[in-house]
Design a protein around this ligand. Sequence first.
Ligand SMILES: Nc1nc2c(ncn2[C@@H]2O[C@H](COP(=O)(O)OP(=O)(O)OP(=O)(O)O)[C@@H](O)[C@H]2O)c(=O)[nH]1
Ligand SMILES: [Mg+2]
Length: 233
Amino acid sequence: MQILVIVPTYNEAANLEKLSGEIHSQLPEADILVVDDNSPDGTAELAKRLAGKNRRIKIIRREKKSGLGSAYIRGFKYALKNGYDFVFQMDADFSHNPQYLPDFLAEVYRYNLILGSRYIPGGGITNWGAFRRLLSSAANLYARVVLGLSFRDLTGGFKCYSRRLLQDLELDAIISEGYVFQIETTYRAQRKGYKIKEIPIIFKGRKKGKSKISRGICLEAIWKVPLLRFIRI
Ligand SMILES: Nc1nc2c(ncn2[C@@H]2O[C@H](COP(=O)(O)OP(=O)(O)OP(=O)(O)O)[C@@H](O)[C@H]2O)c(=O)[nH]1
Ligand SMILES: [Mg+2]
């Protein structure tokens, strides 16, 4: 069984070494793929150094900051090409605690997509102010109602996919980048009839490094979510 953990990075030099150590202490047999967009803070150089010492760390370096969705897609294609069976996506800023990785793996055998969920019993959020919480709840409610999905956390970025689902997801047809990317991948999986399960995670707001959330990412959510209803799946 081959496992890949995709970690997209933009200016995460303060987090990467500790994160990769913690991932490997949970899943020693997993490979970690850093997809870096030429971060000015030297994240890619750090990743290269780590990869030089540890063959279970890989790095793809893209020329410029090109968005989170396309970074995941790049990682997914790498996973398919290199024969991985289970593929995680997680953030580099410790919002997604590596201690949950085994919980996902315990379920993904019976499902095709596991969502790390802040909004089911046992899940939660620490370190976020009222505005960020409100924004996230509103986005989830909006997506749930507009797309008729029953999952409580559609915008989270801590997920695990089976190879079978990734093969069938038509990666080149995906239209979104920011939070909508998370909604779209889950929506496509559901429409194609794959089995999806939410498991509880406590999400920690970022402590180190700078947030990349922008108004553009929020606006994208408003107009692209309804559009998803009309795409051919
Ligand atoms: N490769 C790549 N990674 C990105 C890009 N934008 C964000 N990331 C990474 O994607 C993950 C999630 O981004 P964050 O900036 O943490 O976004 P967020 O969690 O919504 O917001 P904050 O935690 O408040 O910053 C982090 O590991 C980032 O370094 C990008 O354009 N390209
Ligand atoms: Mg974050």
